[in-house]
Design a protein around this ligand. Structure first.
Ligand SMILES: Cc1ncc(COP(=O)(O)O)c(C=O)c1O
Length: 455
């Protein structure tokens, strides 16, 4: 490292075209980015091309990708079978404004794979799926309140955002208090609080990421999901698993399959649509039938839950989803991605221990999270699922910005694109790529130490 040269300075020099594009973007796009999570200081990354586990940015850097379409690309970028199916469908029409066989096939595949799904209905995103699930649960039970957990993310509609980010009781601009008052935010992993709330008889549904908040960043203690299932059953409260990330990733049938706990309803997006826009809500037929048209007196005018949505199950998303799910039904797919992620988590932890740097890397299935600047009690240089002795807020929010930015930029300089202080591994990442990533992490951490970032 030459005198005065920092990771940030080097990043600015090496990613000049991204900076130029960002300057242009802020003049046209509010805030310059199209999803808050893509914002980065001093400027975000601009990508031009992607294939498999790799992508290329505006300056021509080749990067191993751990963003993976925000977790939607279980088979990597541009998987041949999905691309062929979409290309063929493109020439036959992108929107019929009518039913088509592909949506039926897509629905049948979900039903076959996901244990809780008797019937499914399509939406255009995960946000819409959780909004529909809450609406159905409210209509089914005749109760208004939804219980969710602090730190759990269910998209960005008004009912979903309560208690998502620390401090978990913060005011959220633009969301009426009357709406927030219908959402009870349970403290992280507090089963007694949940039981007390449900016992009031006011809770229509409990919704959660079954991995724990933000894809297992705050894991649930063992047995928690089973306890939740028992309590909700006892009080006729609808249990909704939001499997937008865990679905088809933790196992073909999602976390409900790997944990052996079946919710009443499941929300899906990302992998379910094979990397194209799409979502789905599925569940028990007696709840899902609230969407059906019936000949009973006043049913369609008064009781039926309405369900519009121009792009629901559009032929391109339907064919991408059906093709993807056919492949995702084979558990070898998830096993490979899980093995690669475990190798990566262990490799990163070993680097931290060897380099004597405070930090830890944890996760489940094919995801990983990184905290630098603070260690957990069970850091032993191997794989970690549940970090001990660390606050829930730290697990949710990740490293302080000074570590986070340097790590992100340092990894980019070494050819790796992380996501959200961690990442998601696909079924096409190879052992060699994981080892290259560990090597990049080693160089980045050493460089951060040299620069005095840990002192
Ligand atoms: C668990 C979970 N639920 C819901 C959503 C919202 O999905 P979408 O971005 O498709 O609206 C996300 C998105 O990341 C998610 O992770």
């Amino acid at each position: 490292m030459t005198a005065g040269q920092t990771i940030e300075k080097e990043f600015i020099q090496a990613f000049k075209k991204s900076e130029t594009q960002y300057r242009r973007a802020v003049e046209a796009i509010a805030g310059g980015v199209t999803h808050d999570v893509r914002f980065m200081k001093p400027f975000p990354l601009y990508i031009e091309n992607a294939t498999g586990s790799r992508k290329w940015d505006a300056d021509g850097h080749e990067l191993i990708d751990y963003v993976m379409g925000h977790g939607s690309l279980l088979f990597g970028h541009g998987h041949g079978e999905i691309i062929d199916a979409v290309n063929q469908q493109m020439t036959r029409g992108t929107h019929y404004g009518a039913g088509h066989e592909l949506e039926i096939e897509w629905g049948e595949r979900i039903k076959q794979i996901v244990p809780s799904v008797d019937r499914v209905e399509f939406t255009s995103s995960g946000t819409e799926a959780t909004m529909m699930a809450m609406r159905l649960a409210r209509a089914f039970t005749g109760r208004d309140k939804i219980l969710k957990f602090a730190g759990h993310f269910h998209g960005w509609h008004d009912y979903a955002m309560a208690g998502e980010q620390a401090p978990f009781n913060r005011v959220i601009p633009g969301i009426p208090k009357a709406v927030l008052d219908t959402v009870v935010v349970a403290p992280v992993n507090d089963i007694d609080f949940v039981e007390q709330q449900i016992a009031t008889g006011e809770i229509a549904a409990v919704i959660l990421e079954p991995s724990g908040a933000s894809w297992a960043s705050i894991p649930f203690p063992d047995g928690f999901l089973k306890q939740l299932r028992e309590i909700t059953t006892k009080h006729d409260t609808v249990l909704i698993f939001d499997e937008v990330i865990t679905g088809f990733r933790w196992a073909p049938g999602g976390k409900q399959e790997s944990e052996g706990v079946t919710p009443d309803m499941t929300t899906m997006a990302k992998i379910v649509a094979g990397g194209l826009p799409g979502g789905a809500v599925g569940g028990r037929s007696d709840i899902m039938e609230l969407l059906a048209f019936k000949d009973e007196p006043n049913w369609n005018a008064e009781k039926k839950v309405s369900h519009p949505g121009t792009y629901n199950a559009n032929p391109l998303s339907a064919v991408a989803g059906a093709t993807c799910l056919q492949m995702a039904a084979n558990p070898r797919v998830q096993k490979h991605a899980d093995d690669m992620a475990a190798r990566l988590r262990s490799g990163f932890n070993k680097v931290l221990v060897d380099e004597n740097v405070p930090g830890f890397v944890w996760g489940e299935s094919s995801v990983f999270h990184i905290v630098l600047g603070e260690s957990c009690q069970n850091q032993n240089g191997g794989d970690i699922h549940i970090p001990e002795g660390v606050s829930h807020v730290r697990l949710k929010t990740g490293s302080d910005a000074k570590y986070d930015n340097a790590l992100y930029q340092g990894m980019l300089l070494n050819g790796i694109d992380l996501f959200h202080g961690g990442g998601l591994v696909s079924s096409v990442h190879t052992e060699q790529e994981i080892d290259e990533t560990i090597e990049a992490f080693k160089k980045t951490v050493a460089r951060m130490r040299e620069e005095g970032i840990f002192s």
